[in-house]
Write a protein that binds this ligand. Structure first.
Ligand code: SF4
Ligand code: SF4
Length: 280
């Protein structure tokens, strides 16, 4: 069993509690307009555009006609990502859970756990289950970062080895969620309830793009929707400011929300009983 890995960050302090190794899987099933890693969205179609534009000769075609990447020659200029017409990256590799875990294992003295993100990592539930089983054998924490569009309830074995989920609720109203991501959010909200009821909703995240959807209404409704579950377990909240860095050109024009407004949204959640609300 293999998955396409976009990158592995050995130490991350922003992907869950403590120092963690963060693993990003390639490929996503929705289309967030504000995606700041659009190169993780799709699989490479071997079109060769990046090969012809790499200034360092780090990309070539192998004997099978697939793009080969030579990290030793790469100068990290990101030209390949900018010229890719397919929201993909040539700097990915296929790995088994065991191969990924071999990299994680080297960090064990320095990390508390692993977090897997994407793209959308729930497109690879069997891969996640195997990777988390390996992590659990060494006592590491295991968190999933997800857009919530794939049912967690359908993967009980995965949930058994997952400590929790950092769940994006990209808009509360279904039609606004569709405007932001191209899909409605019935499954996202169903997942939120399932995770809250099973004490696996580690964190809820909302990216604030006031030009794109009614962010205050959305935050209020997320708060009302999830507050009843606070008596089961603590649910962290992360209010994330839209930033244009890395966003596709056609979506990079939105206004960055100011700190005062973000604090106002955080206060709404605190008033509803959420104790751990972070603004970033
Ligand atoms: S970042 Fe991409 S384009 Fe730039 S040197 Fe590396 S492989 Fe080539
Ligand atoms: S990474 Fe993008 S530009 Fe490069 S071969 Fe794949 S699809 Fe084409």
């Amino acid at each position: 069993m293999k998955a396409v890995i976009n990158r592995i960050i050995p130490f991350s302090s922003v992907d869950g509690p403590g120092n963690r190794t963060a693993i990003f899987l390639q490929g996503c099933n929705i289309n967030c307009k504000y995606c700041h890693n659009p190169e993780t969205r799709k699989m490479c179609v071997q079109c060769g555009t990046c090969v012809n534009n790499c200034p360092a000769g780090a990309l070539s075609f192998d004997a099978d006609g697939k793009v080969a990447f030579d990290p030793a020659k790469c100068v990290q200029c990101d030209t390949c990502i900018h010229v890719c017409p397919n929201d993909s990256s040539p700097r990915t590799c296929e790995m088994t859970p065991e191969e990924v875990y071999a990299k994680v294992k080297k960090q064990i003295p320095f990390i508390r756990g692993i977090s897997v993100s994407g793209g959308e990592c729930m497109l690879h539930p069997d891969f996640l289950t195997e990777l988390f089983r390996l992590a659990k054998q060494d006592g590491l924490g295991t968190l999933i970062d997800s857009n919530g569009t794939i049912s967690f309830e359908d993967y009980p074995e995965l949930m058994e080895v997952s400590d929790g989920v950092m769940l994006d609720i990209k808009a509360f109203e279904p039609e606004e969620h569709k405007k932001v991501t191209d899909v409605t959010n019935e499954m996202v909200l169903k997942n939120a309830v399932y995770l809250a009821e099973t004490s696996k909703l580690y964190e809820v995240r909302a990216v604030i793009v006031p030009d794109l959807y009614d962010t205050e209404n959305s935050v209020r409704k997320i708060g009302d929707f999830l507050a009843p579950y606070l008596k089961i377990h603590d649910i962290r909240v992360k209010i994330i400011a839209y930033r244009p860095m890395g966003v596709r050109e056609e979506y990079a024009h939105y206004q960055i929300p100011d700190q005062e407004y973000l604090t106002h949204l955080a206060d709404i959640m605190k008033e509803k009983g959420f104790e751990h609300v972070t603004v970033i």
